[in-house]
Design a protein around this ligand. Sequence first.
Ligand code: A2P
Length: 282
Amino acid sequence: MTEQTPVNTATAAKAPTLPDAQTVTEVKHWTDRLFSFRVTRPASLRFRSGEFVMIGLMGDPHPETGKQKPLLRAYSIASPAWDEELEFYSIKVQDGPLTSKLQHIKVGDEIILRPKPVGTLVHDALLPGKRIWFFSTGTGFAPFASLLREPQTYEDYDEVIITHTCRDVAELEYSRKLIEDLQSDELMQELIGAENLAKIRYYPTTTREQSPKMGRITTLLQDGTVFKDLGIDGISADTDRAMVCGSMGLNTDIKEIMEGFGLEEGANSDPKHYVVEKAFVG
Ligand code: A2P
């Protein structure tokens, strides 16, 4: 057991204790395909809002040897760097090796968390600009749940546009509620400032169920609907920066659209105009 493993009677009573174990403190099921959960944070874990870590559970025992191996996947941390706990937002894949089990976790259970945060969706990977676009589909909203609660986002930009595209309205509930709570919470008003929180422009869209705004964000960017709706001239390398997190298809398509606007892809070691990360599933 390491220093990072909180010991209490509840966890000590369970055997075997997982390596890099953290305890689940909250679980919320949003739809039959989506859930979020919070876990204890290792005291030594430092990360930048927008990064991801490997988390998981012990796999089934090997049929012959009985040995168990950890089953780990990359998950964006959905909570901000200042939060005492860690939050994650996950899909439930019924035959997914990890999420078929992870979806059943309960408060007090343990998960494995490797404390090595990495990722490109960080402010350091972008050059200074006036407006930041966060483009997400499905659980790709997770890193933006972190960055929207990060004070630096508002120090760096005058306008913060978050787009979230899902199949149906119920799948937008996590982002809708998070932004609503963010803008009405007293602690957030104090930490981030009401005038900063007013910089957020939330642009939710659905593709398979009727809602006030329908269509893939890629289509809505290409035909100019987004700009008309938001009263913006367009996207330019002089003023606009973007972070993208979604399916491979979304990432590839948005990349092409951003390049078409003259934006170049940045990295931690070479900050530029936009950055991309895959929404991890499994
Ligand atoms: P669509 O319903 O047209 O496939 P998923 O639930 O499969 O992860 O998808 C989440 C959302 O991302 C869906 O609304 C889906 O739209 C949308 N989407 C999938 N691929 C792309 C893409 N290449 N560009 C933009 N949106 C996409």
